[in-house]
Design a protein around this ligand. Structure first.
Ligand code: URP
Ligand code: ZN
Ligand code: ZN
Length: 460
């Protein structure tokens, strides 16, 4: 059904103005100061957005939904995660495909795709995880890129599980350069993490509060330095995921100064939480175990500053949902067994608005750029990330006057806890559309599962 959105304040990465927006056949077809409803198609739905913002649909370029990891599986499905994303204002997700080292990449791609296709309510794409690089895997990666998945993911962490060695890293980057695809990378030195973990456990330091000391900022910075060195030699374009600390950003800046084409991502937990949450008594800290770990307040503040100065391009979530009662508790005897991850796909936009825009840390344009536009540009999501004639009608009518609180009792993610239980929100989407279909209203999912589709992406 065509849509006419009257009177919103339209905010893009660069513009701020008031106009009416008309959408027909999945796209925005008119933006004018005053669109007469009589000039619109019969049956047009009218949305009064006076006093509200109109943002482009938000994009989360780093989520895990189907994730076999650390001896268990992440809790969400595309049904639950895409509903949660949409209610929270996110209209496109990019999921990490994380095959086991022995798995066939093309089969993994098909497995991950089958879980999303026909189920997801929001649009989606993937980063193809490279956990092994050999001639057969290379043939598969070429085919996957041909099918429109034009970014890879490598782990320099998770020794013996998902991590690649230097030869594999080198050849992945070379292939990426040849094909014109971006390589996203989890940067931590896996050997240093592994050795420090063993030392801590041997000293009976087994609680979640030892997760951060097992992988300190300089170990992450070394991972970034390592990636930058390989990117410099191969000329590949790289994207550093979940950068948590100033030291890591500085290594990235150093690489960029040396000519590396690199982008920096921060994830919501590293902005709004800090390591004191993982130090909470009674094993409660396990809810806050992710990698790289939550850092001290000074690093969180530094990441806000890097976001404000646009040194950091994107804010994602690294949504990796595990239950507290049955999954995080697998690590009661050793923090190394706590499944890593913090669920947040539903909360990213509202918490970034509340703690970023409403708190005066970032302006509205930086908010839109970091949570939508930059991801569309970096990952080639054509038609996404802006409000313009011809763009996909992925839109968020946002009410900055909404006040409410987050709770696991009401969230749509499938985890039994929220890392943000009781936190106040200052703002929420009133209406969310995906290619012109209304999918959420005032915190309720009202759309159709299966509406989402794989967004075709091209190479550079
Ligand atoms: O703790 C995290 N980040 N869990 C998900 C896997 C990853 O490293 O992205
Ligand atoms: Zn990671
Ligand atoms: Zn991740």
């Amino acid at each position: 059904m065509p849509l006419l959105i009257k009177n919103p304040r339209i905010i893009t990465a660069t513009d701020d103005y008031t106009a009416d927006v008309y959408c027909e056949s999945e796209t925005i077809t008119r933006i004018e100061r005053n669109i007469d409803p009589a000039s619109c198609a019969k049956g047009t739905e009218l949305i009064d957005a006076s006093g509200k913002y109109l943002f482009p649909g938000f994009i989360d370029p780093h989520v895990h939904i189907y994730l076999p990891f650390m001896g268990t599986f992440a809790k969400d499905t595309w049904e639950s995660a895409s509903r949660a994303a949409i209610v929270g204002g996110t209209t496109t997700l990019i999921e990490m495909i994380c095959p086991g080292k022995a798995d066939s990449p093309i089969e993994a791609f098909e497995t991950w795709l089958a879980k999303a296709r026909g189920v997801s309510a929001c649009d989606f794409s993937f980063h193809m995880g490279v956990t092994r690089f050999d001639p057969q895997a290379e043939r598969d990666f070429r085919e996957i890129v041909r099918r429109g998945v034009t970014s890879f993911k490598v782990f320099l962490a998770y020794k013996g599980a998902l991590g690649v060695d230097d030869r594999e890293l080198y050849h992945t980057l070379r292939l990426a350069k040849e094909l014109g695809v971006v390589v996203t990378a989890h940067c931590e030195n896996e050997t240093l993490v592994d050795e420090r973990q063993k030392e801590l456990l041997a000293a009976a330091k087994t609680g979640p509060e030892y997760h951060e000391p097992s992988r300190p900022p300089y170990v992450e910075a070394e991972g970034v330095h390592h990636l930058m060195t390989f990117a410099r030699q191969t000329g590949a374009e790289v994207y550093i995921v979940h950068t948590s600390c100033d030291a890591a950003v500085r290594e990235a800046q150093c690489g960029i100064a040396n000519g590396v084409n690199a982008h920096i991502e921060v994830v919501l937990p590293h902005l709004v939480l800090d390591k004191t949450y993982a130090e909470r008594p009674g094993f409660e800290g396990a809810k806050y175990v992710m990698s790289p770990p939550l850092r001290g307040r000074a690093d969180a503040d530094a990441m806000w500053n890097h976001l404000r100065s646009r040194t950091v391009s994107t804010v994602a979530t690294d949504h990796a949902p595990f239950d507290f009662e049955t999954q995080k508790t697998m690590g009661r005897q050793a923090f190394t067994k706590i499944p890593n991850g913090i669920p947040s796909v539903e909360d990213r936009v509202n918490l970034l608005y509340t703690h970023g825009v409403a708190a005066g840390r970032i302006d509205l344009h930086t908010f839109v750029a970091a949570a939508s536009t930059k991801a569309a540009q970096i990952f080639g999501l054509k038609g996404k990330g802006t409000v313009a004639v011809g763009a996909d009608a992925d839109l968020v009518v946002y009410d900055p006057n909404y006040r409410g609180t987050i709770s696991a009792k009401t969230h749509l993610m499938q985890t039994d806890y929220s890392a943000f239980e009781g936190w106040e929100l200052k703002g929420r989407p009133s209406v969310v559309t995906v290619r012109g279909q209304i999918m959420a209203r005032d915190g309720k999912f009202v759309g159709k599962l299966g509406h989402g589709r794989l967004v075709p992406r091209t190479t550079r």
